[in-house]
Design a binder for this molecule. Structure first.
Ligand code: CA
Length: 220
């Protein structure tokens, strides 16, 4: 990968807009309880299944939990993805979590995909295309629409209640979400791609930023 063009946008009050034809990436430079980016989905997140992918690099290590993705309605954490204090990766659906004892994230970019299907409860994750064991979680559950998708912070209430000790610090990109479970082969094929989600498509998704988040644009 060659970094041939970088555009820095640092706006303390907020930023918005789309930039196609380049790979966008978000850098959270420091621990804060203010910096986050809201992603505007293409359709309501009323979900009986999902595939959620992202590319992440972080130097956070040791006993430091951090949030990778938060989708919260007014009263519930509908879908929150975490790196736990003990290093496991997890996601929570309205309270209950499913945990994966997998190799930790680090300063080199890691491609993650989480999948879940309500009809069976099957939950799994992929790290750089390699699949975890499957666990059974929240069979019959439905993720509810009407919330906000947030990167960078864990909202304990709607778009607020952030905790600096749970904030994400590092770089995140290629956040794509589908309302169904991609095949194993499709997930492996997605590790090099950065777009195409039918709920969240990183190539076209609108951002609403707040605080100190830097958007860089990279030609691959
Ligand atoms: Ca919290």
């Amino acid at each position: 990968m060659r970094l041939s063009f970088i555009l820095f946008i640092t706006i303390s009050a907020g930023f918005s807009g789309t930039l196609a034809n380049r790979r966008r990436s978000l850098v959270f430079r420091s621990e804060t309880n203010t910096s986050y980016v809201e992603l505007i989905p293409k359709k309501p997140l009323s979900l009986k299944a999902f595939t959620l992918c992202m590319r992440v690099a972080t130097e956070l290590s040791g006993e430091r939990e951090f949030i990778l993705f938060a989708y919260r309605t007014q009263d519930f954490d509908e879908l929150n993805v975490w790196k736990e204090l003990d290093g496991r990766l997890s996601f929570y659906l309205s309270g209950d979590g499913v945990f994966f004892q997998v190799p930790g994230l680090g300063p080199l970019q890691t491609h993650l995909c989480f999948t879940w299907d309500s009809s069976s409860g099957a939950a799994a994750l992929f790290i750089d295309g390699r699949k975890s064991l499957t666990k059974i979680h929240r069979k019959g559950h439905t993720i509810r629409e009407g919330g906000s998708v947030i990167l960078g912070q864990d909202p304990d209430n709607y778009l607020g209640g952030f905790d600096i000790n749970q904030s994400f610090v590092g770089e995140i990109s290629d956040v794509n979400m589908w309302d169904y479970v991609l095949s194993d082969t499709a997930v492996r094929g997605r590790t090099a791609k950065m777009s195409g989600g039918n709920v969240l498509d990183w190539e076209t998704v609108d951002f609403r930023g707040n605080g100190e988040v830097v958007q860089i644009n990279v030609n691959l």
